[in-house]
Design a protein around this ligand. Structure first.
Ligand code: NAP
Ligand code: MG
Length: 472
């Protein structure tokens, strides 16, 4: 793999201040595929200074010109789609088909949507005798995870740039090569120097330094709830706005009148995609007692079709997990499910047959899961589904809302009105009705401890703006 032994700061690739490095591993074969600098406080400080210096010019750039740079960025991402997909497969382990269609494909659409929004958005509003100016928040510190490495970068950087903000990005240590490719695309799109800066590094060092930096006006973080709470506390102490996209434990609620086979099949596919490493995955399947055993059998059968395999093989529908740490975490949860008395109907904690090398786990289904079990409460972030039983609608609502999270979910019913009535009772940021498709323009974000703020579309742009009211 191609990589830079450098940071992208103030429009050019330059050596890091220190000598620490991060080895990038291919999770399918555990081989080192790259080495990038592990940024220090000094690198973060240099990058924030560059972003501050670039802010007045970029904020004053007409939205139509910002839109033109974002269109060029979209075109770069589109031109390099295959290379991006191969890189994501190499450092994350997502199957190549999924990397191409979703991991590399979605960011092209999102970048394009912000090119259009930058051009069409009204950065001024009239209220009575006031004119309200919508101005950029300033310098954005963006901290992103590894599970959708390019999407999560673009979902922050594109709206920030559309709004007139400048950015310093600290991507996940497991997927820095994708972030470097993104920086190359930004440079090729002729975004002015300092408007976007990249510091690779470790969370507790570079991430912490960015989150705590006085020169950062807003921190936008996606990742675990544990780290999100720390970042929220830092921002609160400094009176800074913060956007947090955190974990989930979303419910797939199958009401008695639904097409059971369709709902179970879609539910399994939703969890198995990206090897279960999706914050919005419907990891709890809620089924009426009368249909429970039938649903469990359908789920076990559906999971059988996901055989872990080499992610570069076009036939593979499931790759390895991103890292040894993540694999051990997921296996630990599978063991916990067994020890707490859930019934294992597919998969299990051992390595899949013939996959002793690489960070593979077996796609797993648990039945007889009760709401108090650890596997029904905590985010596992792996290909593990818990099937829970409910007796009436009221209990289904209670179980669905019975975690600290509220990111996504699904409702399946005989008709749309019944599903919508149920969806209104859910404490969650998104609900897919009878198989509704993901919408890259709809606001995405969490209720409760799944986060603060929204990404994507016009709502996502609004996060990077602050208001100034002029009275006449
Ligand atoms: P994480 O530690 O929260 O990582 C997210 C980002 O925050 C990474 O860039 C990380 O850097 C950085 N970071 C870590 N500690 C930090 C700190 N003290 N200050 C500032 N930034 C910091 O998540 P993870 O360890 O990769 O995954 C752990 C669990 O989080 C997963 O099993 C899953 O449950 C959850 N998760 C959720 C999402 C989501 O989309 N909601 C995404 C990923 C993970 P490093 O890469 O160096 O750690
Ligand atoms: Mg981490």
């Amino acid at each position: 793999m191609k990589y830079h032994d450098a940071m992208f700061i103030d429009g050019s690739w330059r050596p890091a201040a220190g000598r620490e490095t991060i080895d990038v591993l291919n999770p399918a074969d555990e081989q080192i595929i790259g080495r990038v600098p592990a940024g220090s406080e000094q690198d973060v400080d240099d990058a924030v200074r560059a972003a501050r210096a670039a802010l007045p010019g970029w904020a004053a750039t007409p939205p139509a010109e910002r839109a033109a740079r974002l269109t060029a960025l979209r075109d770069q991402l589109a031109a390099r789609k295959e290379e991006i997909a191969r890189t994501i497969t190499a450092e994350l382990g997502a199957p190549l088909g999924f990397s191409t269609a979703v991991q590399a494909g979605a960011p092209i659409v999102v970048a394009g949507s912000y090119a259009e929004l930058a051009a069409s958005y009204s950065f001024e509003e009239k209220i009575g005798n006031s004119t309200v100016l919508l101005e950029p928040v300033g310098v954005v510190g963006a901290i992103t995870p590894w599970n959708y490495p390019l999407h999560q970068i673009v979902a922050k950087v594109a709206p920030a740039l559309a709004a007139g903000c400048t950015v310093v990005l600290k991507p996940a240590e497991d997927t820095p090569l994708t972030a470097q490719l993104f920086a190359e695309c930004v440079a090729a799109a002729e975004v002015p120097a300092g408007v976007f800066n990249l510091v690779t590094g470790l969370g507790p060092v570079a991430g912490q330094a960015l989150a705590a930096h006085e020169g950062v006006d807003l921190v936008s973080f996606t990742g675990s709830t544990a780290v999100g709470k720390r970042i929220g506390a830092l921002a609160g102490a400094a009176v800074k706005p913060v956007a947090l996209e955190l974990g989930g434990k979303s419910a797939n609620v199958i009401l008695p009148g639904a097409d059971l086979a369709e709902a179970v099949g879609a539910g399994v596919a939703n969890v198995m995609a990206n090897t279960g490493q999706t914050c919005s995955a419907w990891t709890r399947m809620l089924v009426h007692a009368d249909q429970y055993e039938e649903a469990v059998a359908l789920a076990a059968e559906a999971v059988d079709r996901y055989t872990p395999g080499d992610p570069t093989d076009a036939e593979s529908r499931m790759g390895p997990l991103v890292s040894a740490k993540q694999r051990d975490r997921v296996r630990g949860y599978i063991e916990r499910g067994i020890s707490e008395g859930a019934r294992l109907v597919a998969g299990g904690p051992d390595a899949p047959e013939g996959r002793e090398k690489g960070y593979y786990v077996r796609p797993t289904v648990f039945a007889d899961v009760t709401p108090d079990m650890t596997i029904a409460q905590e985010e596992i972030f792996g290909p593990v589904i818990s099937v829970l039983r409910y007796r009436d609608e009221e209990e289904a609502v209670r179980i669905a809302n019975g975690t600290v999270y509220g990111l996504a979910g699904a409702v399946w019913a005989a008709d749309r009105d019944e599903a919508v009535a149920f969806a209104r009772k859910l404490e969650t940021g998104q609900v897919d009705i009878n198989g509704g498709r993901f919408n890259l323009l709809a606001p995405f974000g969490g209720y409760k401890q799944s986060g603060v703020g929204r990404e994507l579309g016009a709502h996502g742009l609004g996060e990077y703006l602050q208001t100034k009211s002029l009275q006449f």
